[in-house]
Ligand binder design. Sequence first.
Ligand code: ZN
Length: 135
Amino acid sequence: MDRLIKRGIIQSNICSLCERDAESHTHLFFECHFSMTVWNEVMNWLKFKWRTCNWRMLLDWYCNRLRGRGFKLKVKRMALAAVVYNIWKERNNRIFNQKKRAPEQIVRDIKIGMYSVILNNPLMPNEDRDCFLSL
Ligand SMILES: [Zn+2]
């Protein structure tokens, strides 16, 4: 929206999630209190120390610290993708479909999605499944 308003294509760039601040990619995914709530709740659920920050740190985290095959690394990558996807989906649903979910509902949907993927994987080792279920 920040790019569209600079070109005069739209008149308002108010964030559809918090309905208060201007929407930019940094605001939408990291600075918005709505998005922060979702990020931090998912990180709390998974007992990860990481909290919302910015794109540069996130990319560094994803490309460098989350490399590898370990189960916990896979879960972290999955959580990161799920949060970004769900925030973007929520933003688009509010703009194009006039449908709103509360942050708690989005966190619940992320949990259901991750449980579904992990627990329905027939190749998932039992120890990894048990580790995930203990969260
Ligand atoms: Zn916002």
